[in-house]
Design a binder for this molecule. Structure first.
Ligand code: SAH
Length: 438
């Protein structure tokens, strides 16, 4: 009994020490500089070099904290692979027989997690004998996740006797190359832009995928208080230890720079705003969406952004998840590095940012269920079930339901596309998309 007690208190201490490290770093920063912005807290919690949530652990599988669609079913990833092939054909990188033309097939993936989506995409390309002439670029902040992705992708390519060699790592980009394929990992999107555009924007058309990436980007939270908008900052409670939200002393710089209430709210909405109302804004998301649209306008291509959210701003959507459980709102600030942070994606803000660029179109958003059905998931399910035993059939059926049914992930998750106006009618983002792909 005593032994067990000692062991438990030892384990308890270990956890405390681990938590205390990052929370102490944040506390010291607050003591030194005063309350910090929520995006600064968010960055430290997810991406602090040593203790950040994504920097040190497997968070995606059944034993981790959450499971994403790409980890739920290969059907999901295969259909994204098919979409990429179809889109390469639509924009002229592949000809009408799915054979390569002069241009490279360039794919850019944001936040590739365990590399599962990418590996499955490459498998689809292999089935079409199209593994040659690919450049696959990845944007991944975490060293730990980059290693995981590289392992998964290289393992997949080995199955096709492709052995890209490690070329170099200069902190900003890690390169692997073979005769057939070029793989490049960038820590930040800015590094990708620098590398790919330093000789002028003459790179090949690029198809961009961001699956559950935008929801991981930090948000500022603004609150209407005392007759004006203030920002919710992260400060210390009276005990000098516990982190808590505190309001800026009146409208701070960010209220003007990021929210800009005079412009943001229409006169009708202004009349409805009341004390305590809040609004979330992710400035980084808008900057990236705008930059992706610029890239597409210049070099050609399209972006597929998949996330949970809607075409509107949210007021209270931040979530912290640990071991598949939603954490209590009050704990969000006090477990930095030990839980995931995310916020619903405001697709309207992404669309507006993209549409600032001339020659860009953003077709109507599709729900995940509708997108997958249009792309033929039911037909794919039937084919897979034909050759499967009862247990596998049951598993496939339940994966399908989880992805497609509206009471599961089918309607909360949305598919957004950004493409050139001249590449109109990009499947399945067409009105009345009734046609089944297969
Ligand atoms: N697409 C994967 C993983 C989603 S989780 C899936 O759906 O399973 C978010 C991913 O983005 C992780 O790989 C994380 O390390 C990465 N990430 C989070 N914030 C980032 C940032 N600011 N810049 C680059 N990568 C980031």
């Amino acid at each position: 009994m005593k032994l067990i007690k000692q062991f438990c208190s030892f384990v308890g201490k270990e956890i405390d020490i681990k938590q205390a490290s990052l929370i102490n770093i944040i506390r010291s920063e607050i003591v030194e500089k005063g309350a910090i912005s929520f995006p600064r807290f968010w960055h430290q919690a997810l991406l602090h070099e040593k203790f950040g949530y994504y920097m040190k652990q497997d968070v995606f599988n059944k034993d981790g904290d959450f499971v994403t669609s790409v980890e739920i079913s290969q059907m999901f990833n295969e259909l994204i692979g098919i979409w990429l092939l179809n889109t390469f054909q639509h924009i002229g990188v592949l000809d009408s027989n799915f054979r390569p033309t002069q241009q490279k097939m360039h794919i850019l993936e944001f936040g590739p997690g365990l590399g599962t989506l990418s590996s499955n995409i490459l498998r689809v390309f292999a089935q079409f004998n199209l593994l040659e002439n690919i450049q696959y670029s990845y944007v991944e902040y975490s060293d730990y996740m980059r290693k995981k992705q590289q392992e998964a992708v290289l393992k997949q390519l080995q199955k096709n006797n492709i052995y890209p060699k490690f070329e170099y790592n200069d902190q900003k980009v890690e390169k692997f190359e073979s005769e057939e394929i070029k793989l490049k990992w960038f820590k930040m999107y800015e590094h990708f832009l620098y590398e790919e555009t330093r000789e002028g924007l003459n790179c090949d058309p690029v198809l961009i995928i961001a699956h559950e990436f935008f929801d991981a980007l930090p948000i500022n939270i603004f609150e209407f208080s005392g007759g004006h908008w203030c920002e919710r900052l992260v400060g210390l409670d009276k005990d000098g230890k516990t982190l808590k939200f505190i309001l800026s002393n009146g409208p701070n710089q960010n209220v003007q720079k990021i929210l800009n209430p005079d412009k943001y709210f229409s006169p009708e909405i202004k009349k409805l705003i009341k004390e305590g109302d809040t609004i979330e804004i992710s400035p980084q998301s808008g900057v990236i969406a705008n930059s992706l649209a610029e890239l597409i306008a210049k070099v050609g291509g399209a972006a597929l952004i998949i996330d949970y959210g809607e075409k509107r701003a949210f007021s209270d959507s931040v979530r912290a998840i640990q071991r598949h459980k939603l954490m209590d709102k009050n704990d969000i600030l006090n477990k930095p590095g030990d839980c995931d942070l995310s916020a619903y994606v405001n697709f309207m803000a992404l669309e507006q940012a993209a549409l600032k660029v001339d020659g860009i179109k953003v077709p109507e958003l599709m729900t995940q269920g509708n997108w997958l059905e249009q792309m033929g998931i039911s037909a794919r399910l039937q084919i897979l079930c034909k050759n499967a035993n009862k247990a596998t059939e049951k598993r496939l059926q339940s994966e399908y339901e989880r992805l497609v049914h509206s009471n599961q992930m089918g309607s909360n998750f949305k598919f957004m596309c950004i493409h050139k106006t001249k590449n109109n009618n990009l499947f399945p983002f067409i009105q009345d998309a009734q046609q089944i792909y297969y």
